[in-house]
Design a protein around this ligand. Structure first.
Ligand SMILES: [Zn+2]
Length: 228
């Protein structure tokens, strides 16, 4: 993982996003940056959406190797705003996709007043749709790193979260967030991601894509030579 070479610290704030599928190492990367900020003797506050307690319970960000840093559980963007100290130089928020859209304004204001804000979160939900506030955060951030896992089906880079219920691909109509459900997740690539739909949406768009256009302009290597 590359270092944030552009960030020079105390006078100007900025926002970094670490995103990607589940199992792609986002929390590990967040912790790595937090540790480095602590070595640099910055004052750091770490938050974590309290919806997620898969590994170590609320109060700690853990990675799969069992290491961790202490984190304050938060339930909303207002929670983050209320707990943010004015003299904190580095803020880190894990599982940011579970927070409300207000988090975009909160992290922007923290950056505006000079803080470095690092947020980590899953980019898309099990349907492949941008998850909560993450899309807007990607747009306003100074730095974005998209991490990949490995597709458990074919071994290519994984970019999708496959929800399974009783070991079978879950239908698109399920809720985006299921806490304490019986479902499980796998990292998969676009080609191996399965999303059975009960009612097939966007039929006209699919029909348009599947029909051959009457007047296609298809560029090939030869097109370059014509304009050379
Ligand atoms: Zn695959």
């Amino acid at each position: 993982m590359r270092d944030i070479a552009l960030y020079h610290g105390d006078s100007h704030g900025w926002i970094e996003v670490i995103t990607g599928v589940m199992f792609s190492g986002k929390s590990e990367e967040l912790m790595r940056r937090v540790r480095r900020a602590l070595i640099a003797k910055r004052r750091v506050q770490v938050f974590k959406s309290s919806l997620d307690d898969r590994y170590a319970g609320v109060g700690r960000i853990s990675s799969h190797d069992g290491s961790g840093v202490d984190a304050v559980p938060v339930r909303s963007s207002l929670d983050v705003a209320e707990k943010a100290h004015r003299d904190t130089k580095v803020f880190a928020i894990d599982e940011v996709q579970f927070l409300d859209e207000g988090i975009v304004d909160v992290v922007s204001m923290l950056a505006d007043r000079g803080a470095r804000v690092i947020v980590a979160g899953t980019d898309t939900d099990f349907r492949g749709v941008p998850f909560g506030p993450i899309g807007t955060l990607l747009a306003v951030a100074e730095s974005v790193d998209k991490l990949h896992a490995i597709c458990v089906v074919c071994g290519n880079p994984a970019t999708r979260n496959q929800r399974l219920v009783d070991g079978k691909p879950a239908p698109a109509e399920g809720p985006v967030i299921q806490v304490g459900g019986s479902e499980s997740y796998e990292a998969r690539c676009r080609g191996c991601h399965e999303l059975p739909s009960i009612s097939r949406q966007q039929t006209s768009l699919l029909d348009a894509l599947e029909a051959d256009p009457a007047d296609p302009v298809i560029l090939t290597h030869e097109s370059l030579k014509r304009h050379a």
